[in-house]
Design a binder for this molecule. Structure first.
Ligand code: ADP
Length: 628
């Protein structure tokens, strides 16, 4: 009956629905093994639909059948469909006319296989096969064994039949509602409905003993609706078919059931897939898709020349997930393998791809951030280490410079110390006299103070050079000051070596941000190198310091009149360990470069056209200055 659901004129109590199991192996080698495939044509299959194209059951099964055949044969098959419309035109005249028409239509296209969906199609083709498809194999599907017997199908018609079992639907209801105490069975007043009720009574004989059982029959549609709306909540309602009510109103059964189930006060179950979506929870049935595929496999077997016989199809439990929610029925109580229709995917099921992607992106980002943080930490550590190394190197370099300058510093100290001694002696002589000139003594003491200050300044500068630091002492200072304090430090040594110190008159302040002692060390390195370079220069020895602004930066140049730098050394002179001096380390210039670069500056060396070398230190200005 399932395929005929909606055909109010159904007379046969075909409570058995057809379906077939076939193994996947059936599909193999169809194309090559096709018994009907000849060189000049592909096999032809005629599908007979019993009603018109609006009958969902037959069209769904037919579509599944078509897809299966087209897919298995790689579309090398001719498929024909005929809607016999035997529900609206059951008269024998129409049937005869339809038979004649099809006989003529297919005169030149005799089908190799005819698939009759529904018992009406099966009867039709059994009666008219000689004129329409004399050599065709016939497959009948969509009804049960007993129906097949009723319509007296020829022996060679292959059937895809199955037993249609209301008991299984009832059992499903019981497992979903274990505490139910009442059982209601709904059936209409048509001959078919009554037959169905009788079958159900027999099938549910045992089952119904556990419940207070009521058969709702011989009622009008309104009575059905009313009764169902007032059953106790612990009830199971089994709906069969209502093709006709007591008042003689005809219905498409699922429409009648929809009206009843909408306001029912307990869950309604039914053994038809077509009722799903019409307010019923579900039941044990055959899905029309499965039926179509199953029949398709049977046809493929026939075309391949395999021996086939009637088969039974498996039933499936089908439920409407929305109804499970409506009645708060637990999914966990469903029979294994139940197909849930209209199941809304969970948030995770619906968005798992996006969620997984987002998670992956977040994890990736976290990974990258962690790696970057680690990298930053490493860089930071490396920078700290290299700064420490630089500070140590600068300190060593300062000590070396102080050592180199020590004799001239000692010499320089000699002057104020000798002056202090002489002045002190003069003062004591004056004090021993009869009338000491106190004014003169006062002047002498002032001179002593001044000389002490000079000696203190000399020692202070040296101490500054020798002071060890563990951190850079960032400060803003005038680059001109560094030049003049360097001159102060080395002037004694320069004098000792017969070198004239020269300096331009700075007109502009040159504010830079750095550690002043470090920059001073750079200048001292350049100055001592310059003095060394002039040690065997015969002519006038001149060491020049010049400061100024170049390209918006502070610049300090140290120029000498020595022998200059070999041209091939100019580019690599700042590399460590290059030295031409006997006691040299070759580290002074590389340390100078490291210092300058630490403060964002550059250092370069060149030979002057007039002879000698010139070193240029450039540092960023810490603020804009007015050009003097
Ligand atoms: P060191 O002074 O221990 O040799 P430096 O790195 O300070 O190490 O100098 C490296 C070398 O660069 C010197 O040995 C010298 O050959 C060369 N040099 C440096 N300054 C000058 C200069 N003003 N004129 C000529 N050569 C120089």
């Amino acid at each position: 009956m399932a395929l005929g659901e909606g055909a109010g004129r159904l007379r046969c109590a075909g409570l058995l629905l057809a379906a077939v199991w076939l193994t996947a192996s059936n599909c193999c080698a169809i194309a090559s093994d096709m018994a009907y495939a000849t060189a000049d044509r592909v096999p032809r299959v005629l599908i007979l639909y019993p009603y018109d194209e609006r009958l969902v059951a037959t069209t769904v099964a037919g579509e599944a059948l078509r897809s299966r055949l087209l897919q298995a044969t790689d579309s090398r098959i001719d498929l024909f469909s005929e809607f016999l419309d035997l529900s609206r035109f059951p008269e024998s005249d129409h049937v005869a006319r339809m038979a004649r028409y099809l006989a003529e239509k297919y005169a030149n296209y005799r089908p190799d296989v005819v698939v009759a969906l529904g018992k009406e199609s099966a009867s039709f083709i059994s009666t008219n096969r000689e004129t329409i498809a004399p050599d065709a194999k016939i497959v009948a599907a969509g009804f049960g064994n007993s129906t097949a017997e009723n319509i007296d199908l020829p022996d060679d018609v292959i059937g895809a039949f199955t037993t249609f079992d209301i008991l299984k639907t009832a059992e499903m209801a019981r497992s979903l509602q274990p505490s139910a105490r009442h059982l209601y069975i709904i059936g209409g007043s048509s001959e078919f409905d009554r037959g169905w009720l009788a079958t159900a009574r027999a099938d549910l004989d045992e089952f119904s003993k556990s419940y207070e059982t009521t058969y709702l029959e011989d009622l009008t549609i309104d009575e059905f609706i009313d009764r169902a709306a007032h059953v106790p909540p612990d009830s199971i309602i089994l709906a069969l078919t209502v093709f006709k009510d007591r008042a003689g109103r005809n219905f498409i059964p699922r429409e009648a059931i929809r009206q009843i189930a909408t306001t029912a006060s307990a869950p309604v179950y039914a053994p038809y897939q077509t009722y799903i979506g019409y307010g019923v929870v579900g039941g044990n049935t055959v899905t029309f898709d499965t039926l179509g595929v199953t029949v398709g496999n049977l046809v493929l077997d026939l075309m391949a020349g395999r021996v086939v016989s009637d088969i039974q199809a498996p039933q499936t439990y089908v439920v409407d997930a929305r109804q499970l929610r409506r009645w708060r029925l637990s999914e966990g109580n469903l029979p294994a393998g139940t197909v849930q229709m209209h199941k809304e995917p969970s948030l995770w099921e619906e968005h798992w791809l996006v969620a997984t992607g987002a998670l992956a992106v977040v994890l990736m980002q976290a990974g990258i951030i962690a790696a970057l943080l680690l990298e930053r930490r490493r860089r930071h550590d490396a920078e700290s280490r290299s700064r420490l190394h630089l500070l140590e190197a600068v300190h060593l370099n300062q000590s070396a410079t102080a050592g180199a300058l020590s004799s001239s510093v000692a010499h320089e100290l000699n002057q104020p110390l000798a002056a202090i001694r002489n002045n002190a002696e003069a003062a004591s002589v004056l004090l021993r006299s009869g009338s000491p000139d106190l004014e003169l003594i006062q002047q002498i003491l002032l001179d002593i103070q001044e000389d002490d200050q000079r000696a203190g300044d000399i020692i202070g500068r040296m101490r500054g050079l020798l002071k060890k630091r563990s951190e850079i002492d960032w400060q803003e200072f005038d680059l001109n000051d560094v030049a003049s304090s360097a001159i102060h430090i080395i002037h004694g040594e320069a004098e000792r070596r017969g070198i004239t110190l020269n300096t331009n008159r700075p007109t502009t302040e040159l504010p830079v941000r750095a550690d002043k002692v470090h920059v001073q060390q750079v200048v001292l390195n350049l100055a001592t190198n310059a003095m060394d370079a002039m040690s065997d220069a015969p002519a006038k020895r001149m060491l020049t310091f010049a400061t100024g602004v170049a390209h918006e930066k502070a610049e300090l140049c140290v120029a000498d009149t020595g022998n200059g730098i070999p041209e091939d050394r100019l580019s690599s002179i700042f590399e460590p360990f290059y030295t031409t001096k006997q006691a040299g380390t070759g580290l002074g210039l590389s340390i100078a470069r490291a210092i300058v670069e630490t403060y964002g500056g550059t250092i370069s060396a060149n030979n002057r056209p007039e002879g000698g070398a010139i070193f240029r230190v450039v540092l960023p200005l810490s603020r804009r200055v007015e050009r003097g």
